[in-house]
Design a binder for this molecule. Structure first.
Ligand code: MN3
Length: 205
């Protein structure tokens, strides 16, 4: 049974960066539906006992093509939104500290350069998808983008995601309409770098 991440903040807690109705619809409807569908299809495929990362990293072991696609899409929707909502916080923003800050400087030059590069990937993702900050097994940070509900795990990169920006229109359209760039800017005001640092440290253990 895959359990949807429960928000540790209220629907209106991310205002004015993300409006309450968007958070309510996004978590309460979109994410909840991905979770319910994942549970249904994973049960059907006999893979409901797997960890989600293990499942998304071994999709090719699901013989039935329709089930494999359904689990890639709904499992991605489940995992991606868990990470997205987990790494946002009303107390977020600012810049990372500690080892994460060092690794960002090492990989991208400095925090501003990192922010610019990740924002550019989020902005240039054509249609629905995601922009990613991940770490490889040695702790080096990498940026990427993905289509639909794909992610660095289902893409088979071997990297572990630690932060993501959802650029499906449902993530921003009610407030930002066509202005995806303004939504991306706002995300950095609520990004929880303490949580990201915690995920980074867990990923490289
Ligand atoms: Mn979404």
């Amino acid at each position: 049974m895959f359990e949807q991440f429960k928000l540790p903040y209220s629907y209106d807690a991310l205002e004015p960066q993300i409006d309450a109705l968007t958070v309510e619809t996004h978590h309460g409807k979109h994410h909840a539906t991905y979770t319910a569908n994942l549970n249904k299809f994973a049960e059907e495929a006999g893979v409901a006992d797997k960890e989600i990362t293990e499942l998304l990293g071994s999709l090719d072991t699901i013989a039935d093509e329709k089930l494999r696609t359904a689990i890639k899409n709904n499992g991605g929707g489940f995992y991606n939104h868990n990470l997205y909502f987990m790494t946002l916080s009303p107390n977020g923003g600012g810049v990372p500290g500690g080892i994460l800050a060092e690794k960002i400087d090492q990989a991208f030059g400095d925090f501003d350069a990192f922010k610019e590069k990740l924002s550019a990937l989020a902005l240039s993702q054509f249609g629905s998808g995601w922009a990613w900050l991940s770490t490889d097994k040695s702790g080096n940070l990498v940026l990427s983008q993905s289509l639909n509900q794909d992610n660095p795990i289902s893409q088979g990169t071997g990297n572990i995601p630690i932060f993501t920006i959802d650029v499906w229109e449902h993530a921003y359209y009610l407030k930002y309409k066509n202005l995806r760039a303004d939504y991306i800017k706002a995300i950095f005001n609520i990004a929880d770098w303490n949580k990201v640092a915690e995920l980074y440290e867990a990923a490289i253990k």
